[in-house]
Design a protein around this ligand. Structure first.
Ligand code: KMH
Ligand code: ZN
Length: 279
């Protein structure tokens, strides 16, 4: 089959903040709107094409406040060309109604996690009915989902979702394998290969390895023809004994490896074509 436009290059997504780390423990974590915009610009400059955003309140606590989300979308759009993706995962404590309301901020893309998973000592709850509701609301609003997959069975769930409820907005299926979460699938080459057998026909995938699995997953995904997600949401260690300086450092490393793999980073416009995001 003909490859999608941009499919020979690498879509690099940066996930700069997440909902799990505290600013006091990780001072380099971007938490204010100014820090978010600076990170977005720096990461775009070194090869990111999409940004996966979680916002924080004035105390640097994770929040799904619609006003703050809407401002974050506008600020990143004003200062970059990045595809703007909001997390609907939030923090493990966020109620479903708040997570659904994220879509009212009208991002280009939003995450849609494909099932429940143990998440360290917590549970990241994603009931089937909730997943279907997210998928349908994104269809109605023209928001392109990125299906987040934490374990292999969630790929089977994705196939069921598409069979029963149809293709997402934009007509293309893109998913992200989130590997190495304690409670989810491990982040290694063998598991990535197993996951690829279950990826729906015609879909594109990216992968991200949490913590120590960051580099093995990055290298395996590039070798497998996939796309990659990097950022401080997933990793705060750059090398053994060396903390990540900032998100751009992780993006620059991924971009360098993608070039070495002869699959150079694609820009935001090419990413829009690849993902089916309206230009
Ligand atoms: N913070 C995690 C509980 C997503 O952004 O969609 C969920 C998460 C996934 O980060
Ligand atoms: Zn996230």
């Amino acid at each position: 089959s003909t490859p999608r436009p941009g499919a020979h290059g690498t879509l690099i997504t940066v996930a700069p903040t997440g909902a799990e780390l505290s600013k006091s423990a990780v001072p380099a974590l971007p938490v204010t709107p100014e820090e978010l915009v600076r990170t977005a610009r720096d990461c775009e400059r070194v090869g990111a094409a999409m940004i996966h955003i979680h916002v924080r309140d004035e105390h640097a606590r994770p929040t799904l406040d619609l006003g703050l989300l809407t401002e974050a979308v506008a600020a990143v759009r004003e200062h970059t060309r990045l595809v703007v993706q909001l997390s609907t995962g939030g923090a493990v404590t966020d109620p479903e109604a708040d997570r659904l309301r994220v879509l009212d901020a009208l991002p280009d893309s939003a995450s849609c996690t494909m099932g429940t998973v143990n998440f360290g000592d917590d549970v990241f709850l994603n009931r089937w009915g909730f997943v279907v509701e997210l998928h349908k609301r994104m269809q109605e609003r023209g928001i392109v989902p990125e299906y987040e997959v934490f374990d292999l069975g969630q790929l089977t769930a994705l196939r069921r979702l598409l069979d029963e409820h149809g293709l997402p907005a934009g007509g293309h299926v893109h998913l992200d394998l989130v590997m190495g979460v304690p409670g989810g699938m491990p982040g290694d080459l063998e598991t990535l290969a197993a996951a690829l057998r279950l990826v729906p026909e015609g879909a594109t995938f990216s992968a991200t390895g949490v913590g120590r699995s960051s580099l093995p997953v990055l290298l395996s995904a590039l070798a497998a023809g996939g796309h990659v997600r990097v950022g401080m949401e997933d990793t705060t260690s750059y090398a053994r004994g060396e903390k990540v300086k900032d998100n751009a450092q992780l993006v620059a490393r991924a971009a360098g490896l993608a070039r070495i793999a002869q699959r150079p980073p694609i820009g935001p416009d090419e990413a829009r074509v690849l993902l089916g995001v309206a230009v």
